[in-house]
Design a protein around this ligand. Sequence first.
Ligand code: WTA
Length: 655
Amino acid sequence: MSDSISSLSKENRKFHPSKEFVKNANIKSVAAYKKIKNKADKNPTLFWAQVAKDLHWQIPFKKTLEWKFPVVKWFSDGKINAAENTLDVHLNTNRRNKAALIWEGEPGDVRTLTYLQLALEVNKLANGLKSLGVKKGDVVGIYLGMVPEAVIAMLACARIGATHNVVFGGFSGEALRDRLNDSRAKVLLTQDGAFRRGSPSSLKGAVNKVLNHVQTLKTVVVLKRTGQETPMQANRDIWWHDLVNEQSNECKAEALESEHPLFILYTSGSTGKPKGILHTTGGYLVQTKYTMKEVFDLKENDIYFCTADIGWVTGHSYVTYGPLMNGSTVFLYEGAPTHPGPDRFWSMVAKHRISIFYTAPTAIRSFMRSGDEFPNKHDLSSLRLLGSVGEPINPEAWMWYYNVIGKKRCPIVDTWWQTETGSIMIAPIPGALFLKPGTATLPLPGILADVVNKDGKPCKANEGGLLVVKHPWPSMLRTIFGDHERYAHTYFGEFKKQKYYFTGDGARKDKDGYIWIMGRVDDVVNISGHRLGTAEVESALVSNPLVAEAAVVARPDEIKGSALVAFVTLKAHAKENIQDFEEMKEILKKWVAKEIGPIAKPDEIRFTDALPKTRSGKIMRRLLREMVTTGKTSGDTSTLEDFSVLEKLRANDEE
Ligand code: WTA
C-alpha cells in the first residue's frame, strides 16, 4: 500500500471551475455547498427524506430510514413507480415532445424518441409482458445490445413491477445461463444481433443452446435489429414486433412498495460465484435522481452521452433512470468506439451537439494513445462537462481529457461508486469545488464515507486505509439475491462492531479531505473499467479438463488499468500429450472467453508445476501479485509451504 500512497501524493495541481461555468451552476460556491453538506451530514436521514419529496409518490411515505443492522429500508410505507417517475411525470409539461433518447446505430442510422413516444413504447411492451403472464415480482432477463429497446425493456418491467436482470451482451451463453438460473427468470428479452465493428454480431443465435438449460424460462422475446438468420424455437421464442404490435399503448403504472425489488444486477465478488446485487425502488430512485442533477449540474437543454453499456450499473443509473427522471435528453450509441475510426465518439459529439460526456479512464487512455489528431478533427465546443467512472483515473489521463477534450473549459467529475451503492457516492459538485487530477474529491452531501484503519478508526491525513460508509444511504443494495448471509458477511463482516459498510477499496484522504482511491483490497480487479473477480476466472480455468489448478492475479496495464495473469498447473496426463504449449495458452484464453466473456480473457498464461500455498493450503496470491508487478517477492513468506515453488515460478519468469 505504501508505494501507491507516496506516488499519488505528488499530485497537487488544483483546477477551479471557470467564471462562466460557475455563473450557470446549480450550486455556485463553496459556501453554498458547505451549507448543504454540513446540514446533510449532521442528519442524513432528514436530508434524504427532503430530497425524496422531489419524486412522485403514489402514496407518500411517512417512515424514512429503518436500520436493523444489516437490514435497511427507506421510505417503506410509501408507494412509487420507476417508470412513472421517468416518463409520466414529464407528459403534462414542456418535456412531452422533448427528445428523451437520441440513438445512433453503428452503421449511422439515427432514431429519436420523445418522452411521449418513449412512454407509448414502454406501455406497449409492458402490456406485452403482461400477456405472457409476467406479474409483479417476476424476474425478466434482458440480454440486448445498446438499442433504445434496452431502455424500453427496463422501464416496461418497472411499470408492472417485474424485476429486471440485465446481463451484459458481451457475456457468454454460459454466463447468461447462470445468471438467468440464479435469478429464476421467467422471460428473456433479447435480439437477433447487434452491429459491432462493421458487421452484425449474433446475440440470440450465440446463446440459443444454453436457453434450454434454464428451467424457469418460459418465453424468449427476440428483437429484430440486424435481420440476420436466427434460430427460433416453437412454443418458446417469439418476435418482439409480434408481441408488441397489437398491444394497447396505455398501461397503468403499478403502485409499488418503496422496497419492491427494481432490479438484480450480477457483479463479481471474491469467490467464483457472481453476486446478484438487489436494488429496490424508492431509495434507489431518490439518490439516482439527486446525484444525476447535482453532480452533472444538469440543465434543461443538455444532451448527455454516457458511454456505458446497459449491462453495467452505470447503464442502469446514468443511462436510464437518473437522466430520464430529470427529463434529460440521453444520447445512446450502439457500436464500437473505434468504428469506422478512432474518432467515432468525437464525430458524434460534434454532430449531435453533446454537452455532457461520461466515460471510463480505460477509454480515455486508449483515445490518448490514438493521438490528438482524432478529437482535433472535430468541433467539440458543445461540451461543457466531462465525467469519469469505474476505476481510478491517472493524473496523466485526467490532464489529457481536460486539455484535449474539454479544452480547459470543462470541469471533470470523477465519480466514485459501485454496483452495490446504486448511485454516485464520492464526486465533486462542479460549480463549487476545485478539482485535483486523480481524486473523486469529497463524499456527496448525506454520504458519510471515510477512510479508516483495520480497527475502524479514522486514518490521519494521507495515511492509507480502507474506504467505508458509516451511515446507510437510500440507493444501497438491500441484499445479495438468494444469499443474505453472504451480503451480511461481505459488506458488514469487516466492521461489525461499528456497523460500517465496507467497500472493498483501499483509499487515503488528503489534507483537504479529498479521497484518493487506491484500488481494490480484495480479489476483485478492474479490467478496462469492468469489475471481475479473479476467482471467477480461476473457476473458469479449472473447469477445463486439462487444468489442475489456477491462480489469477492482476498486474498494472498502461491502457486497461489492470491486466490478468493466470498461473496454471496442468493435469499430469495433459502435460504429456501437449505438443505446443503456446497453442495451449491460446486454447485456454479462448476457453475463458467462452465461459465468461471476452473481457475476462487472461492477458498472459504462465504454466507452472505447482502454486505457492500456505500450510493450510490457501494459494498465496499476494506473492504472485508481487511477482507479476515487481518481478520479485519480498513479503512475508513464513507461512509458505514449499519455497521451491517460488524459485521455479521466478525461473520461468526470467526465461
Ligand atoms: C472502482 C462501477 C476509482 C472501485 C460504477 C469500485 C473507482 C469499483 C471509481 C466498482 C472512481 C469505480 N475512482 N475507482 N471514480 N469508480 N471505481 O461495481 O474499485 O463496476 O469499488 O461500479 O470500481 O465497480 P462497479
